[in-house]
Design a protein around this ligand. Structure first.
Ligand SMILES: [Zn+2]
Length: 344
């Protein structure tokens, strides 16, 4: 029997301090060579155990094997020169030094497939694996070859499709594409962003998700949020087209955000991973706060399609806080699950 309101996380969880410096994005590894490979796998097991102890239903690797959700994937591709760096503005928000696309991009070998196989061996629970979305990938690069955001995005969509099919083949149940760029470049999203995503999932039989968030709780993002006013209407621009897409699940930021929850009506019929945990502060939600967010979402999402989740990744948070938030998510989901069972 399928559990009602299955919980999961949007993505990353904190890394142990012996693997990488905690509470930091792009944190450099503390190990090298064989030790690093073993260390990443040990951290993956720990992260899995933390999710299991918190009763998370759909588990992940906690992104223990990657340094960053976009760049680690790009590092494995050919056609991108990591020495040749340019400063660009990411998501029209903050400047970063990024690698340059210098020739045709391709995927000479699988990127995360061995890690996914390793995770699959550790658990019989459903597993979710995250990949960057094509639009977010191009936004993290300087393109000196295709000279067209759209062209480069289509190339990445083909590469992502190869990786996604390989992940499906080793037993990944849900493949999630992270597309924070969907909250910024609305015209491109509607013109070709969603079409590229559909190219990336072409031929997959496993479930697919797109995670659209307002970013990690870093200063550039929290400053940006202050400029968005009291009602965040970004989702409104992309929901109609997403509703008609082949993507199965939409993962959204709903807790403590100023997204009017009634916007979810625009994607009714889709499964929704409802972010009910704020990742931008260290306050651990009470189960009742989580339950309230889920109850609000239930007005617009059918109960069998609601997946309680975190707003975004928790990599930059202290481990204790992240653990507390995982427990709060489970406890909040349990409250609402019981309410639903009593009324049905
Ligand atoms: Zn996110």
């Amino acid at each position: 029997m399928k559990i009602l309101l299955p919980t999961s996380t949007a993505g990353s969880l904190p890394k142990p301090s012996w693997l990488a410096q905690p509470e930091k994005l792009w944190s450099p590894w503390k190990l090298q060579g064989e030790e690093l490979i073993d260390g990443k796998h040990d951290a993956l097991c720990l992260s899995l155990q933390e999710q299991q102890q918190a009763n998370i239903n759909i588990v992940s690797d906690g992104e223990q094997t990657r340094q960053h959700f976009v760049t680690t994937f790009i590092e494995h591709l050919s056609g991108v020169d990591f020495e040749n760096r340019k400063t660009v503005k990411i998501r029209d928000r903050y400047e970063a030094s990024v690698p340059t696309v210098v020739s045709a991009v391709s995927r000479p070998k699988p990127v995360f497939v061995e890690d996914a196989k390793f995770l699959r061996k550790q658990t019989k629970q459903p597993i979710k694996w995250a990949l960057p979305g094509p639009m977010t990938m191009i936004d993290t690069l300087f393109d000196d070859y295709y000279k067209s955001r759209e062209k480069l995005a289509w190339e990445f969509a083909k590469i992502l499709n190869q990786e996604a099919k390989a992940l499906e083949a080793v037993g990944v149940d849900i493949i999630q594409f992270d597309e924070p760029a969907f909250n910024v470049f609305f015209d491109d999203v509607n013109d070709w962003g969603i079409a590229c995503l559909e190219r990336a999932i072409e031929g997959l039989k496993c479930e697919t998700a797109v995670h659209i968030c307002y970013g990690y709780g870093i200063k550039a993002n929290t400053d940006w949020k202050k400029t968005l006013g009291s009602e965040w209407l970004q989702y409104e621009a992309v929901f109609p087209k997403l509703k008609n897409s082949n993507i199965d699940i939409i993962s959204l930021e709903c807790h403590n955000s100023h997204v009017p929850i009634e916007l979810l009506e625009l994607v009714r019929g889709k499964k929704v991973m409802v972010g009910a945990i704020d990742v931008a502060n260290n306050m651990i939600e009470t189960p009742e706060e989580v339950a309230n967010t889920l109850r609000e979402a239930l007005k617009f999402v059918d109960a069998d399609k609601l997946y309680p989740c975190t707003n975004c990744g928790m990599a930059p948070l202290p481990r204790e806080i992240a653990r507390g938030k995982l427990n709060a998510l489970s406890a909040g989901a349990e409250i609402v699950r019981n309410e639903l069972l009593q009324t049905s």
